[in-house]
Design a protein around this ligand. Structure first.
Ligand SMILES: Nc1ncnc2c1ncn2[C@@H]1O[C@H](COP(=O)(O)OP(=O)(O)O)[C@@H](O)[C@H]1O
Ligand SMILES: [Mg+2]
Length: 207
């Protein structure tokens, strides 16, 4: 993958099993977001391929709606909409009906421990709760693949641990989770850590 002729990913190959959580650990600028964006079909690499369930995919339309869930460091939310609405909007956008979206969203919010906040406005949540809401939004439509880009950036230790254990819990239901981070505690909570350095995946170690 290159931007304006400058190569930012090269020879990076990553295979992740269903139900596995993998941390991509690396300093800022090493290519983590670019790698996740290629995996999530937001960017098309100049060479190489993306396979999901053994099938080569090049376009989002080849997957069922909501098959990929994203968690970002600063996910957008609608501050004046309710927590339930914020999560349901994600599943509606993924093509689920209103009733299905409500049901999926309530379940996801219960999974992240926010069942008591369904009708609060998003702006009333703390930073940690907001990030859990965003995890709920990313898992509501039951994605096969969850891509989390620095999901604990800006969170304190306790909330970071909570997000880490949630991602691990989600993977135990069969989803594949790839987390880009420079948070060692988050990386250690994953099944496997790969290190990224200047666009190359380097050391691979099993935990
Ligand atoms: N859209 C873009 N246009 C040009 N350069 C980019 C773009 N996105 C990322 N880069 C460059 O690619 C490199 C890797 O960036 P990134 O994947 O964001 O790293 P990380 O997520 O590890 O901080 C950096 O040098 C960054 O400046
Ligand atoms: Mg990044």
């Amino acid at each position: 993958m290159s931007f304006g002729g400058r190569q930012v990913l090269s020879g990076a190959s990553l295979e992740v099993q269903a139900g596995e959580t993998v941390a991509v650990l690396g300093p800022s600028g090493s290519g983590k977001t670019t790698l996740l964006s290629v995996c999530g079909l937001l960017l098309r690499a100049d060479s190489g391929s993306v396979r999901i369930d053994g099938q080569e995919v090049t376009r989002m339309s080849q997957l069922r709606p909501g098959a990929i869930g994203w968690v970002l460091q600063q996910s957008n939310s609608f501050p004046r909409r309710t927590v339930l609405d914020n999560v349901a909007l994600g599943s509606l956008a993924a093509g689920f009906s209103h009733a299905e979206s409500q049901e999926l969203s309530e379940r996801a919010l219960t999974d992240v421990g926010l069942s008591g906040r369904l009708h609060s406005e998003a702006r009333e949540l703390s930073g940690g709760e907001l990030q859990r809401m965003c995890v709920a939004r990313s898992i509501a439509a039951r994605p096969k693949l969850i891509l989390a880009d620095e999901p604990t950036g800006g969170l304190d230790e306790e909330n970071s641990r909570h997000v880490a254990s949630l991602l691990r819990q989600v993977s135990s239901t069969g989803a594949t989770v790839v987390v880009a981070t420079h948070d060692l505690a988050l990386a250690q909570a994953c099944h496997r850590v790969v290190e990224m350095h200047k666009g190359r995946l380097q050391i691979e170690e099993s935990q």
